[in-house]
Design a protein around this ligand. Structure first.
Ligand code: FAD
Length: 561
């Protein structure tokens, strides 16, 4: 920070030179014909040591891409993404690739598009580390948020413009969301959910509707994924630079002369894949926006000296702003359920159907995953046919929360994370209710065709892992199953909650020119699956910021830092 004290943020020659330099670089993947957002992607090694922008967005993920596309219409925007281009990874393009993404991350394959971490609860998990973030590695399920999500935001002070919320969802959906067809397994489960009283049947809808529905998907009819990265297709490319393999290590803070006002963000320091440091600075009235996700954003605040002093001291990180709630109220929705072997081969088909309980306290989804064996082996022995079908429950709004803290002062090391699954009996109660419903689903005649002949006659499911309980009225058995089958839905959220770390307009409380816009701001997981609302939020905040800051003369008059 000292080194750049004399740097003038409004130095016109430097700004001019940095854009001149960028326009002479070759993009990572040149494209012919119509202009493609690939033209704005650069490996960070190609970028200058210093540069200036109106907005610097940390994280080219699910929220960061729509935010950048929106802001680039009127402002110079730099996105810093620590991962590579998602197009470099064939496994991110298809549903079949989902298993490989999980396997590569958990076996620590270098440069894989996701990074694994295991919470102190002992549950292994992953986070996207690629352009598009979680939306490039996830299951593709797309569903808008429930009223309780917006109510929780309003209780924390957000004055939602619901017209803009809906327009923002539509903006996302136009580009990346598709209407799926159900395969035979999900069709059967849909019927079974109705028989288990998860009613009514709502047909296809991206709205949050109690009952059973088919939802949107980011996988198109040709099976190809459309991640948040494609929302960059809306961007004004001449205003946008997306730096890949650019890992932000620190937010650069400064204080106003005299130190009477709040400290402010003046830029960030990031490192490219060769280990070279770069400094990106803000133009006057510009902002740094963290969209690094529920782990990445609180992590970076801590590394920059914004957080609880006792969490910074062990790593000798100078305290910039004491902030007791950074990294707190971190939650993950427990996933519990059962997996059976299908008696016949089915393609990998991720979840497209959901049962939403009457009180929206739990959701049930399902998928099939196929591990191809040699066709002759499969034909000879259905037992060796590795198509597995899973039914899984999400506890909708866990009240149990945990936190994260630093494992080291190195941004490359995951923070230490603890979610405290089922610490509250309320969460266990909801899990039990969901598993009871799942037991009824499995009893439905609609699923008879997925059973094998039983050893003692009749037909039965072949389970992989924990089996469904015999008596669905026995809460103790159901609780045991909740604990035994516990894993993650990968919908972790929190760490920078609205009203605690950021204000109702996502500004970091106590620091100027710094916001957080991503899943770390959520107190409640939005809807059955969060990506719809994370993308919506990027567009929504981008639109509001544009309204607040832009005039034909670029920045709105009188909006001073
Ligand atoms: C395996 C899996 C399956 C899922 N399935 C679904 C599903 O089917 N439907 C659904 O709705 N949701 C699903 N989710 C959840 C959803 O994808 C996430 O909630 C959402 O993507 C989070 O968005 P975000 O913008 O908060 O963070 P992210 O999308 O994770 O974006 C953060 C980005 O910041 C980058 N970053 C972090 N730190 C730094 C740094 N210091 N410098 C530079 N860049 C940095 C990361 O590389 C990442 O690209 C799933 C998630 C996973 C992991």
């Amino acid at each position: 920070m000292e080194k750049f004290k004399s740097f003038s943020l409004s130095s016109p020659p430097l700004i001019f030179l940095s854009f001149l330099f960028l326009s002479s670089l070759s993009p990572i993947s040149p494209s012919g014909g119509r202009r493609h957002y690939n033209e704005s992607l650069f490996d960070a090694t190609l970028l200058p040591n210093t540069s200036t922008y109106d907005f610097i967005i940390v994280g080219g993920g699910t929220a960061g891409c729509p935010l950048a596309a929106t802001l680039s219409q009127h402002f110079k925007v730099l996105v810093l993404e620590s991962g590579r281009n998602n197009q470099d990874y064939p496994q991110t393009a298809t549903e079949d690739g989902f298993l490989q993404i999980l396997a590569d991350a958990s076996s620590g394959v270098a440069n894989s598009p996701a990074q694994s971490f295991t919470s102190l609860d002992g549950v292994s998990n992953i986070r996207g580390r690629v352009l598009g973030g979680g939306s490039s590695v996830n299951g593709g399920f797309y569903s808008r948020a429930q009223p309780a999500f917006f109510e929780a935001g309003a209780a924390a002070g957000i004055v939602w413009d619901m017209g803009l919320v809906n327009a923002s969802y539509e903006w996302v959906e136009k580009k990346v969301v598709h209407r799926p067809k159900l395969d035979i397994w999900q069709t059967a489960v849909g019927g079974a959910l109705l028989e288990a009283n998860v009613r009514p049947f709502n047909g296809f809808s991206v709205e949050h509707l109690e009952g059973t529905k088919i939802s949107g998907t980011t996988f198109g009819p040709d099976g190809r994924r459309h991640s948040a990265a494609e929302l960059l297709g809306y961007a004004k490319l001449t205003n946008l630079v997306v730096a890949l393999r650019a890992t932000v290590e620190k937010i650069l803070l400064d204080i106003h002369p005299g130190g009477l006002k709040k400290p402010f963000a003046k830029g960030v320091m990031y490192r490219d894949s060769l280990g070279r440091p770069h400094y990106a600075f803000l133009r006057p009235q510009g902002e740094v926006i963290l969209s690094a996700g529920a782990l990445g954003s609180p992590h970076l605040l801590l590394l920059s000296g914004i957080g609880p002093p006792n969490l910074l001291r062990p790593w000798h990180i100078p305290l910039a702003v004491s902030h007791p709630f950074v990294g707190q109220f971190l939650a993950d929705n427990p996933q519990t359920g059962v997996t059976i072997i299908s008696p016949f081969r089915l393609p990998t088909y991720l979840s497209k159907l959901v049962g939403i309980s009457n009180s929206s306290s739990f959701y049930i989804e399902t998928s099939t995953k196929n591990t191809p064996l040699h066709p002759q082996i499969s034909a000879a022995s259905p037992i060796l046919n590795h198509t597995i079908a899973s039914l899984f429950e999400k506890v909708a709004c866990p009240v149990s929360t945990g936190s994260l803290w630093l494992a080291s002062a190195d941004v490359q090391d995951n923070p230490v994370v603890k979610f405290n699954y089922f610490a509250s009996p309320v969460d266990m109660g909801q899990c039990i209710e969901g598993m009871r419903t799942m037991a009824k689903v499995l009893k439905s005649p609609k699923l008879e065709g997925f059973k094998f002949p039983g050893v003692f006659g009749g037909k039965e499911f072949r389970y992989v892992g924990p089996e469904m309980v015999r008596d669905e009225e026995d809460d103790l058995q159901l609780e045991g199953l909740c604990r035994k089958s516990l894993t993650t839905f990968w919908h972790y959220h929190g760490g920078c909650l609205v009203g605690k770390v950021v204000d109702s307009e996502y500004r970091v409380i106590g620091v100027d020119s710094l916001r957080v816009v991503d899943g770390s701001t959520f107190a409640v997981s939005p809807g059955t699956n969060p990506q719809a609302t994370v993308m919506m939020l990027g567009r929504y905040v981008g639109s509001q910021l544009t309204k607040e800051k832009w005039t034909p003369n670029r920045f709105a008059a009188g909006k001073k830092r």
